[in-house]
Design a protein around this ligand. Structure first.
Ligand SMILES: [Zn+2]
Length: 379
């Protein structure tokens, strides 16, 4: 039995441009309604670093241009309706300043995993406390239990694992097997334990399994695929958006930051592009690349096929509970994506014996722990 978990990275453009009403609230509202139509749940991964900036802006200027109140209302209403809200952190926002309609971020804090332990610890503690303070009045049992780093930056892992464990976070969901980045953020997840089966992470390496560890990795589902699998209309839209909202270089040209929405390669182009010298296009075409189950960028047929491959390969007897984690961004939830996603949701809803919808908070209940332990031993 695959438990389908839609995780949504809730944020404005990565270069600090844009407004939450258009990029977060309106599309998330449509997404919540679409999920509800099919009995699905959404796990909103709220970038609390930027939400705290929107709060500060409102208090300082006496104007809610960044829709702080509407964001809190949306998160509360999501919890009220059985969805989930968990933690996402773009660390470069903590020292950001507002300038000419844009948030100018602190690029020295862009790489979350590269920060000192004390700084990471403070960020996680501050953000977790914020989510619990706004959501517990709605649901007294609410707990912030899951985390995803901006740009999947959890390598090196030691400081991140320690801080997550210190704050009683049970789940990290930043890793996707085969993922690899070089630049301002660096990681190589090619040796990650599994593309789908959760594992308890090693203290100093989230890709590795250590059954005595207390933090679980629930990876974003991924496969290694040829470049053709990346060519969908939604992905081309994403690439166009990335070029339109480039990060301003401002003397930071040595950094490999190319785009706003995909600073170090959230878009397919950055995912598969050769190095900055333009070399290696042939190699790029011939190699296989990490393909994530992204519900805004993949077509519904691609997602259904991936679901079936995962089901056949990892749960042939359908007797285990396996999370199938998808990732998405509200700013990419176009009308076309909405129609496409409806098709995928309908497919899942029509096969209740094979698929169930869940949230990260939901799967963190008591039952899954022994099931996953047992399952991970039988990989
Ligand atoms: Zn993000």
């Amino acid at each position: 039995m695959l438990r389908i978990i839609f995780t949504l990275d809730y944020e404005i453009h990565g270069n600090g441009e844009g407004y939450p009403h258009d990029l977060m609230i309106e599309p998330t509202d449509r997404l919540l309604r679409l999920c509800e139509k099919y009995g699905a749940k959404l796990t909103i991964m709220a970038d609390v670093a930027e939400i705290l900036k929107f709060k500060e802006y409102k208090e300082k200027n006496g104007r809610d241009d960044y829709s702080y109140d509407a964001i809190v209302d949306q998160l509360c209403s999501a919890i009220k309706n059985g969805h989930d809200v968990q933690l996402h952190i773009h660390s470069s926002y903590f020292n950001a300043r507002h300038d000419n309609g844009c948030w100018v971020q602190d690029w020295s804090e862009y790489d979350f995993a590269g920060l000192p332990y004390e700084r990471i610890n403070w960020m996680i503690g501050t953000c977790k406390q914020f989510l619990e303070s706004i959501l517990r009045p709605v649901d007294p049992t609410y707990c912030c239990v899951a985390f995803r780093a901006a740009n999947w930056s959890v390598s090196p892992s030691e400081n991140v694992v320690r801080a997550l464990v210190d704050h009683d976070i049970k789940i990290d969901t930043s890793i996707f097997q085969f993922g690899c980045r070089k630049g301002i953020v660096n990681f190589d997840y090619s040796q990650a334990y599994s593309p789908i089966v959760p594992w308890r992470v090693k203290k100093d390496d989230m890709c590795g399994r250590d059954d005595t560890g207390s933090l679980w990795e629930l990876p974003i589902y991924s496969e290694k695929r040829w470049i053709g699998a990346f060519l969908t209309s939604n992905r081309i839209f994403r690439t166009f958006m990335s070029f339109r909202h480039k990060i301003h270089q401002d003397g930071r040209s040595s950094l490999h930051v190319k785009t706003h929405a995909a600073p170090v390669g959230e878009g397919w182009l950055a995912t598969v592009a050769p190095d900055s010298q333009g070399a290696g296009w042939l190699a790029t075409l011939l190699q296989k690349h990490a393909w994530k189950a992204d519900f805004n960028q993949c077509g519904s047929k691609q997602l259904i096929n991936a679901l079936q491959r995962a089901s056949r390969r990892y749960d042939p007897r359908k007797d285990k509970v396996l999370p199938f984690i998808l990732i998405g961004h509200p700013k990419l939830f176009t009308q076309r994506n909405e129609r496409d996603l409806a098709f995928f949701l309908a497919h899942c809803a029509q096969h209740p014996d094979e698929f169930e919808f869940d949230t990260l908070h939901g799967i963190n209940g008591s039952r899954w722990q022994w099931e996953i332990q047992d399952m991970s031993g039988n990989k």
